[in-house]
Design a protein around this ligand. Structure first.
Ligand SMILES: Cc1cc2nc3c(=O)[nH]c(=O)nc-3n(C[C@H](O)[C@H](O)[C@H](O)COP(=O)(O)OP(=O)(O)OC[C@H]3O[C@@H](n4cnc5c(N)ncnc54)[C@H](O)[C@@H]3O)c2cc1C
Length: 383
């Protein structure tokens, strides 16, 4: 089968689906090719911290109000194990109702696809893209669908497959895995998210419903041991690691793990072809920035596609303009999360005290706190 469209989006995960929705009603022939046979099952089981800036984008896409299970983050508490320095960020100090929100990846994916279903954008499921490339004037995409080859040409192919199909991504392993779970505790603090740095890696508690989504980074062997532990032993280990801020841990469920890498695609911009979201950049979840960054890619790309002359769609000039508009936000976000992880896992005692003092200073110095909070909410180009 052969077909020609204006824009093909490879991957209907949250970034690809957001781009598709942002292009709905543009008058362009837009199609999404998605490997999953059915959209009922999300590609990943994980919890996402969304920034206030992402909420504003999802509001504009008419998706935000469809999300049912949203827990607001109004305060963020940042600390380091074994030192007194603490920083607290508050939504009211930043002049926003919330700093961020905790949502389930699957629920967000389902809400985006429900909106897409009535948008006029075609989502072709059960279609795994196996190869793609660019030629003068258009991109070509080869996919497998029900054991048959499907060929598409498009003025612009946007790769949003989460990096699954790119063997060219440059990857740096952190030597850490993230243990993901949901925990209930005896003294929950509604609206508070906690980020605690330890020599083994950061541990985050994100408020979710009556409890917290846990993201606990450790060496892979330790994560395997934590996964295998009986519940009381696991809860005691978490208490020992995290401390008393939310009381005793009473229950854990849905434990899973994920290897952590820093990765980027040097070939993110090609002829009539561009990568966005995790296809272009993968980062440590320490600051919960991965999807937020990918959503800003999608939003900006949609704006540039909408304003491009149809003949210029996918041209080198257009794609270079997009890449340069996004370069600062992408590189600064990756640099910030990577430095944060590396800085806080170094065991040098002098550095340990300096980090504690740094957190205390951030707490005392409101303009610096404001600078950090705005960038976490709106990206590195925030005013
Ligand atoms: C442990 C962990 C915690 C995280 N926490 C946060 C957080 O709190 N906040 C945050 O902002 N981010 C977080 N992230 C990052 C976030 O999950 C990703 O940035 C986000 O999922 C990227 O979305 P995406 O659409 O680019 O890719 P994906 O979510 O990977 O979606 C890719 C889509 O492409 C489809 N696909 C794959 N290959 C093909 C193919 N060949 N052909 C067609 N379709 C294909 C897949 O089925 C899927 O639907 C976290 C990540 C991890 C690992």
């Amino acid at each position: 089968m052969r077909e020609h469209v204006d824009v093909t989006i490879v991957g209907g995960g949250p970034v690809g689906a957001s781009l598709a929705l942002a292009l709905a009603g543009s008058g362009l022939d837009v199609q999404v090719l998605e490997a999953r046979a059915s959209l009922g099952q999300a590609a990943w089981r994980r919890t996402l911290a969304l920034s206030y800036g992402s909420r504003l984008i999802l509001d504009r896409l008419d998706v935000w109000s469809a999300l049912r299970d949203v827990t607001p983050i109004r305060h963020i508490h940042v600390s380091q194990r074994g030192s007194f320095g603490v920083t607290r960020l508050h939504a009211d100090e930043e002049g926003v109702p919330e700093l961020g929100y905790v949502v389930d990846y699957g629920e967000l994916d389902a809400a985006l696809h429900a909106a897409l279903a009535s948008s006029g954008v075609r989502v072709v499921t059960g279609t795994r893209v196996t190869d793609s490339g660019g030629m003068s004037g258009y991109a070509w995409i080869e996919a497998q669908q029900n054991g048959r080859t499907r060929m598409t040409t498009a003025r612009l192919a946007v790769i949003a497959d989460g990096g699954a199909g790119n063997g060219n991504q440059v990857t740096r392993e952190y030597g850490q895995h993230a243990l993901l779970a949901w925990v209930r505790c005896s003294a929950p603090r509604p609206g508070w998210a906690f980020e605690r740095f330890t020599a083994q890696g950061p541990v985050a508690l994100l408020p979710q419903g009556e409890g917290y989504a846990l993201v606990w980074t450790e060496a892979p062997e330790r994560v395997q041991a934590l996964l295998a532990m009986a519940e009381p032993e696991f809860l005691a280990a978490l208490h020992e690691h995290f401390g008393d801020r939310v009381g005793e841990f009473l229950q854990v469920r849905d434990r899973s793990s994920f290897p952590l890498v820093l990765a980027w695609a040097p070939d993110a911009v090609g002829a009539h072809r561009i990568m966005i979201g995790n296809a272009a950049h993968v980062m440590h979840p320490v600051a919960g920035q991965g999807f937020n960054l990918g959503l800003r890619d999608a939003w900006e790309l949609a704006a540039q596609i909408r304003s491009a002359d149809r003949q210029a769609l996918g041209s080198e000039a257009m794609l270079r303009r997009f890449a340069s508009t996004r370069a600062f936000d992408v590189s600064a976000s990756m640099w910030f999360t990577d430095r944060l992880v590396r800085l806080f896992t170094r065991t040098d005692p002098v550095l340990h005290h300096a980090r504690g003092a740094g957190l205390a200073m951030l707490q005392q110095f409101a303009p610096l706190r404001h600078f950090v909070a705005r960038r976490m909410m709106f990206g590195a180009r925030a005013w």
